[in-house]
Design a protein around this ligand. Structure first.
Ligand SMILES: Nc1ncnc2c1ncn2[C@@H]1O[C@H](COP(=O)(O)OP(=O)(O)OP(=O)(O)O)[C@@H](O)[C@H]1O
Ligand SMILES: [Mg+2]
Length: 387
């Protein structure tokens, strides 16, 4: 292509060429004089603002602003800066002919000779609106998230409260069970004293003897209450303790009920390693698992009901396994047994909270794992705690 000799072009041609560039530019260009009056504008500017050329030339730059305050603010942050010859590249809202808000990226260059400013603008309304939409979406998403979180927290509190009630109910049932025998004995002793007294056959020594018996029964009743209160207290500190010790503590409470139901318990604590954990909480989990095994054995009326408890070590975890011969967990609920309110005992008194609570204790408080599986005899639950 032949090289155009720039020097030989006439001034007129140059002016025409400049005008062409000015008008065909995709970027909006306009010039504002020292009185802030728009004295020149290109086609792209007119297109962005929606004005005809003649409509806008000679108008104050204020016409393009959202409000007088926006205009003053713009003058402060932009106009003055440009006049002081500082670079400017700003995103700012303006008003088009239809009185719609539009967003522009605007840069300004001073024309020092006659105190005018040449502004170049790009319409970024679409991008800005998209950003605003995303910000709005984020905000409403956050709001929705907060609402859902609050609902979840409330449900969690309700669950905790309910599981407390379930525990208390179970505790009362076990206390009642353990009190039945001494209460019966006290009642028999008082009837004996009354009969002997009516028959005038009550000797002082025998009376003192019977009273002492009653005192012993009462001491036993009171100890039961203390045991239960201790058992259901939360442990504040972790301690080094073996599964054997925890199981023993649990059986103190659970054994009487298991025995009356003829359930045979076999224990194997050949792995006697200690774990560092909250022992009362783990004891409650074991109690839940024993109670579930007992429920299943009784419900299925298993002829020789058995529960096996054993410990072993695996992959840096000490494990306690509780296994029964009640036929296993029902297939239809197997995948959901650790969720709250899943129970096959709803018609009786099951709330479906025991396993959920146990999993929460083992996994969230003690950083272990609680798992379940079935074998050919029954269900096997395993508590694994880090060594
Ligand atoms: N050893 C088990 N054998 C068979 N099924 C079991 C066994 N343990 C638990 N399940 C099943 O898992 C369900 C959920 O147990 P979970 O302890 O969470 O609730 P629940 O015993 O029904 O009621 P809750 O413990 O709140 O009184 C039980 O209803 C039962 O169907
Ligand atoms: Mg249960």
């Amino acid at each position: 292509m032949a090289k155009v000799d720039e020097k030989n072009l006439s001034l007129k041609t140059k002016a025409e060429r400049f005008e062409q560039v000015f008008n065909n530019s995709g970027v909006g260009i306009f010039i504002v004089d020292k009185n802030r009056i728009i004295i020149e504008a290109n086609d792209a500017f007119c297109k962005i603002f929606g004005y005809e050329y003649d409509e806008i030339i000679g108008k104050l730059a204020l016409t393009l602003h959202l409000s007088y305050a926006a205009y003053v603010n713009f003058a402060q942050v932009a106009f003055n800066k440009v006049r002081e010859n500082q670079a400017l590249n700003l995103e700012y809202p303006f008003l088009n002919k239809n009185k719609d808000k539009i967003w522009l990226r605007i840069a300004g260059d001073p024309i020092p000779s006659n105190e005018q400013v040449l502004w170049t603008i790009t319409d970024i309304t679409k991008q800005k609106k998209a950003k605003e939409k995303i910000a709005h979406l984020n905000k409403s998403l956050q709001k929705e998230l907060n609402i859902q979180l609050q609902i979840l927290r409330k449900q969690d509190r309700q669950l905790q409260y309910q599981s407390r009630l379930v525990q208390m109910g179970e505790m009362l049932m076990m206390i009642a069970h353990q009190w039945r025998q001494p209460l019966g004995a006290i009642s028999a002793t008082t009837s004996y004293i009354a009969t002997k007294s009516i028959l005038k056959e009550l000797e002082e020594e025998a009376l003192l003897n019977e009273i002492q018996n009653i005192e012993e029964y009462v001491a036993h009743l009171s100890k039961t209450i203390d045991d239960f209160r201790d058992f259901f207290k939360a442990t504040k500190k972790k301690e080094y303790v073996s599964f054997e010790t925890i199981v023993k503590k649990t059986l103190n409470i659970a054994k009487p009920v298991l025995s009356t139901k003829n359930i045979v318990l076999s224990k194997d604590f050949s792995d006697g390693q200690k774990i560092y954990t909250y022992s009362n909480e783990i004891a409650q989990v074991i109690l839940n698992l024993l109670k579930n095994a007992e429920d299943a054995l009784c419900e299925k009326e298993i002829k020789d009901p058995q529960i096996w408890i054993r410990t072993y070590e695996k992959n840096n975890f000490i494990c306690l396994e509780i296994k029964d011969n009640a036929g296993g967990i029902e297939k239809s609920i197997f995948d959901t047994i650790f969720q709250p309110y899943v129970s096959t005992k709803l018609e009786k008194d099951g709330a479906g909270i025991g396993l959920w609570m146990s999993k929460t204790i083992v996994e969230e408080r003690c950083f272990g794992k609680l798992s379940a599986k079935n074998d050919e005899l029954g269900a096997i639950f395993t508590i694994s705690l880090p060594k």
